[in-house]
Ligand binder design. Structure first.
Ligand code: DGY
Length: 326
C-alpha cells in the first residue's frame, strides 16, 4: 500500500499562501506562468491527477470533461460562479464539483457599489480628463452626473451578494427593490420591496444591479425590451456575469441616451469584450476584479482547499458540493 499524496492540477497561478497549502497537502501540479489552458490541453495536463483546482473561465465544459482522464475524481473551482463547469457532465463521470460561496460576498458587493458610483458620477471621464492633461479647472457645468442618494435601486438576484449590495445602498438612503426566485424572510429583506415579476420591477429602477448567476434562464436577460422598461436616464450595473446582458442592446441604449451610464465588472466572452464598449464614455469598466483583494482571494483558495482536503484526504463529501440543478 503506497502512501502517495493525491495529485491536484492547479489550472492557474493561485495566491502564494494558497499554493503553499496546496503543495503541503497534495502532490501539486502548479502553473507558475499562469498559462491559459484550452480544453484539450487542460484534459491532457490532468492526466494522472486526482483532482483539478480551476477558476472562472476555465473551459470545463462537457467536451473537456469527456476528455479528462479516468483518474479525476473532483473539480474544485476557485470561484462562487460555476457556469464554466458542466456539473451534469461531471456528475455522469462521478466527478464531484465544489465552489467557494460566502467568502467573496463583501468584496464583490464593494465593487458593485464602486461600479454604481463610478458610472453615476462619471469617474471614467473625470480620471481620463485629468490624466490626459485636459482638465482646465473647476467649472459649474463640468461632468455633471446622476445623483445617487435617495434613488431607487433594483436588484436582480437577491442572494448573498445582492443582499450585501442592498446593505451598502441603504447607507446612501436608496430605496431597494428586488426580484428573486423566492421572497426573502423579513429579517433579510429589511424593508426591500419584492417584485415576483422581474419585468414589473424595471420601471421602478433608477439603478439596476445584476447579481444573478448566469443560467439558461438569465442568459441575455437584460435585452432591448427590458432596457426600454427602465426609466430614461437609468444606470445598469453588472458584477455577476457578462452573459446576463445583451451587449448590443446595452451599448445601443448607452449610445442612444435611454441609459445614462453603465458600470460593468464582467463581460460576455471576457477578456475579448464587445468592441463597442471601448469608445463609450458613459461606461465605467473594470476587468472582472470583484473578488480581487488579498484577503478574499486567500479565503477563496482556502475554501477550495477545504473542499479538496475533505474529499481527497478524509473521504468526506466536500462542504461546498455543487449539485446538478434540477
Ligand atoms: C466568482 O467567484 O465567481 C468570481 O466571479 C471570481 O471573482
Amino acid at each position: 500500500m503506497t502512501n502517495r499524496k493525491p495529485r491536484v492540477l492547479a489550472t492557474r497561478h493561485f495566491p502564494p499562501d494558497v499554493e503553499a497549502r496546496l503543495s503541503a497537502n497534495f502532490d501539486a501540479v502548479l502553473n507558475p506562468d499562469d498559462r491559459l489552458f484550452e480544453g484539450p490541453a487542460l484534459a491532457k495536463a490532468s492526466d494522472g491527477c486526482d483532482a483539478i483546482m480551476c477558476a472562472a473561465g476555465d473551459p470545463l465544459n462537457a467536451e473537456t470533461i469527456a476528455r479528462l482522464s479516468g483518474s479525476i475524481r473532483m473539480i474544485a473551482t476557485f470561484s462562487v460562479g460555476y457556469e464554466h463547469v458542466d456539473v451534469a457532465a461531471a456528475a455522469k463521470r462521478k466527478i464531484a464539483v465544489s465552489n467557494t460561496p460566502d467568502v467573496l460576498t463583501d468584496a464583490t458587493a464593494d465593487i458593485a457599489m464602486l461600479c454604481l458610483l463610478g458610472a453615476a458620477r462619471r469617474a471614467h471621464e473625470g480620471t481620463t480628463m485629468l490624466r490626459t492633461h485636459h482638465w482646465v479647472g473647476w467649472s459649474p457645468t463640468q461632468l455633471m452626473g446622476v445623483h445617487v442618494t435617495g434613488k431607487r435601486l433594483g436588484i436582480l438576484g437577491m442572494g448573498r451578494i445582492g443582499q450585501a449590495m442592498a446593505d451598502r445602498a441603504r447607507a446612501f438612503r436608496m430605496t431597494i427593490h428586488y426580484t428573486n426566485r423566492s421572497r426573502l424572510p423579513p429579517e433579510l429583506e429589511k424593508g426591500a420591496l419584492f417584485h415576483p415579476d422581474a419585468d414589473a420591477m424595471l420601471p421602478h429602477c433608477d439603478f439596476l444591479s445584476i447579481n444573478a448567476p448566469l443560467t439558461p434562464a438569465t442568459r441575455k436577460w437584460v435585452n432591448a425590451e427590458r432596457i426600454a422598461r427602465l426609466p430614461k436616464g437609468a444606470v445598469v450595473i453588472n458584477t455577476a456575469r457578462g452573459g446576463v446582458v445583451d451587449d448590443d442592446a446595452l451599448i445601443a441604449a448607452l449610445k442612444g441616451g435611454h441609459l445614462a451610464a453603465a458600470g460593468l465588472d464582467v463581460f460576455d466572452g471576457e477578456p475579448r469584450i464587445h468592441p463597442g464598449y471601448y469608445g463609450l464614455e458613459n461606461a465605467f469598466l473594470l476587468p472582472h476584479m470583484g473578488s480581487a483583494t488579498v484577503e478574499t482571494r486567500n479565503a477563496m483558495g482556502f475554501k477550495a482547499l477545504d473542499n479538496l482536503e475533505a474529499f481527497l484526504l478524509r473521504g468526506q463529501s466536500p462542504p461546498d458540493l455543487v449539485r446538478v440543478s434540477s
